[in-house]
Design a protein around this ligand. Sequence first.
Ligand SMILES: [Fe+2]
Length: 222
Amino acid sequence: MKNVTDSARRNTIKHLLSVPIAAVVAATGLRPAQAGLLVPTPMQSRGPFYPTEYPADTDNDLLKIGESASLAQGRAVRLSGKIVDRAGRSPREAVVEIWQCDAQGRYRHPWDRRSTPLDTAFQGYGRYRVGADGNYWFRTIKPVPYPGRTPHIHFLIRGPGFEPLVTQMYVHGEADNDRDGILNSIRDPQRRAQLIVDLKSIAGSVELHGRFDIIIDAVLGV
Ligand SMILES: [Fe+2]
């Protein structure tokens, strides 16, 4: 009996090997576009400073809280990008969350016990509900270093049909990038580069501009 089973298994394998790829694609419902899947954005640790309590305002403008007249200290940055799956298609919906320290390197978090005073005008956390076009944007500050870390912004992307992606975005040209243990835990330089964004000044704008496209590790049936 065992031999019959083994022989049947061998025949099945032989059959699968002989089936043209196009037939496999048709039989499994995979689309030809999946032949060239995009490399997903690397995951990074969430770190200890995800908010324990959200600020009074959680919108995508971290430079001010609500209608307050006071603006956060630091260099203003406009970040934008697109959320796509490995086939380059945007999910029907997603939420992007970001959090980061203020211009003095302090997080709005009870575990950050550094003595530097907190910039109470900085929101520190924000979220953006992404529509079917996949685009998101935030206004925040250029991240600064704090002891042990190169400048970074934490990201969390979640939505129906895919595992949440937790990662961190870095700034091109920062001297500490080469020494940062978390960034360099990604061994492949090309994959590390997926997290490093060039913040550029644009004529006529007081803000720096950066684009951070994010590829979730999924192929969605949208
Ligand atoms: Fe951090």
